[in-house]
Structures are given as C-alpha cells and as structure tokens.
Design a protein around this ligand. Structure first.
Ligand code: TMP
Length: 216
C-alpha cells in the first residue's frame, strides 16, 4: 500500500484554518477519500491532557521553556501514536498545526534559538515532514478581532477555546509569529502554499481547493 499524505494547516490565531479544515473534511467524505483529521496540541489522549495544561488560562503558570517542551512532548506522542500509523495505512492525514507552529510561536514569537527548535522538531517527529503545508495568512488585527468575536459566542466552544494563553499575547507577538510563518514559507516554497485568508469563509474555500490540486 502507498504511504498516505500529511497535509498541515497553519497560521496565526484567528486565521480560519480550522473552519477550512472542516469544509475540506466534508468534501473528502463526499468523494470517499480515505482520510483522518487531527490537531496539535491534543491529537491523542495524552495530548488532550497536555493541551489543557498548556492552554487553560487561569489555573497555573507555564514557563516558556516548559511550554516549548510540552508542545514537543505532545508532538512526539502524536506522531508515534497517530500520524505514522495512519500514513502507513495509506490515509490522508489533515493536521490542524504541526511543527511549523513551534518554529513560528516558540521560535519567532518567544525568541527561542531556531537551530534548537529545529533539532527538537526533528526529534519529536522522527524527521517526518508534511507533504504540503497550507499557510493561512491574515493581518494580525483581523485575526485578533475574529478571536474576540468567537470569545463572545457560547455554542460549541470550551472555555479553553474561547481565549487561550497564546491569544492573550500582545499584538507584536502575533506579528512576529506571522512574519515567522512567512519566512518559513519562503525557505520551503515547494512544501508551503500561502493562502490569503482575510476574506470570507466562502471566498477562502476555493483557494484551499486550488492549493490542494495535484496532491488529492
Ligand atoms: P489552535 O488555536 O490551532 O488550536 O492552537 C492552540 C494554540 O497553541 C495557538 O495559540 C498556537 C499554539 N501553539 C504553539 O504555540 N506552538 C505549537 O507548537 C502549537 C502546535 C501550537
């Protein structure tokens, strides 16, 4: 059996990647494509505990180094327990964030050494790379506004998802994350597709399908 394909969804908070992932799931289901979708942090049972520890705002403090290592621990578990077996079974794996998020948030955002992050990412993933990475690029203020609106909603949102720790970082932090993602896309143009994501859900959707041509 052919190995499946790993497609990752990235971008700053509020970029709309999760909404687009859900839309793609529907399309793949109607096409009878064999796929699974997942996320980081939180793609395994252990990962859910790590996600709660990382993102529940109020209960405790998380030092930047602990944060970096917890994301790596979540990823190591996710890759071994979920991603690799599904790829080996020939499935398309859609992941809402993967190691580029650590480079963008902990590297460019928090300022950890990029060479160290690269080593940690390689260790956590056993050198697995996405076949394609969709980068949903959006102006930081627009993303923050979207998050604020989401925070006002009650339906289907856990406390954690309304406003997580990273969402609460200042504008400059998110700007560094955005520029970091764009830099990564520049370094690996074959792997990345940049999707301008400030338009409506309906406007962005065809851009996603276009970016996926040739891989699905
Ligand atoms: P989400 O908004 O995609 O659910 O991601 C949760 C938060 O975790 C988001 O603010 C980005 C952050 N994050 C990192 O800082 N580093 C990482 O490696 C990952 C996977 C996520």
């Amino acid at each position: 059996m052919n190995r499946g394909k790993l497609i990752t969804f990235e971008g700053v908070d509020g970029c709309g990647k999760t909404t687009q992932l859900r839309l793609l799931e529907r399309i793949l289901t109607t096409r009878n494509t064999s796929f699974v979708s997942t996320r980081e942090p939180g793609g395994t049972e252990l990962g859910k505990l790590i996600r709660a520890a990382l993102l529940n705002v109020s209960r405790h403090k998380v030092e930047p180094l602990s944060e970096l290592l917890l994301y790596a621990a979540d990823r190591a578990q996710h890759v071994q327990e979920f991603v690799l077996p599904n790829l080996a079974a020939g499935k398309i794996v859609l992941s809402d964030r993967f190691y580029d998020a650590t480079t963008a948030y902990q590297g460019y955002g928090r300022g950890f050494d990029l060479a160290l992050i690269q080593k940690l990412n390689r260790l956590a993933t056993s050198d697995l790379k996405p076949d394609l990475t969709l980068l949903f690029d959006i102006d930081v203020s627009t993303g923050i506004e979207r998050i604020a609106r989401r925070g006002g909603e009650t339906a289907n949102n856990s406390d954690e998802d309304k406003a997580n720790r990273l969402d609460l970082e200042p504008h400059e932090f998110h700007e560094r994350v955005r520029q970091g993602y764009l830099e990564l896309a520049k370094q690996e143009p074959n792997r990345f597709r940049i999707i301008p994501a400030s338009g409506s859900i309906e406007a962005v959707r065809p851009l996603v399908m276009e970016a996926l041509q040739g891989i699905l």
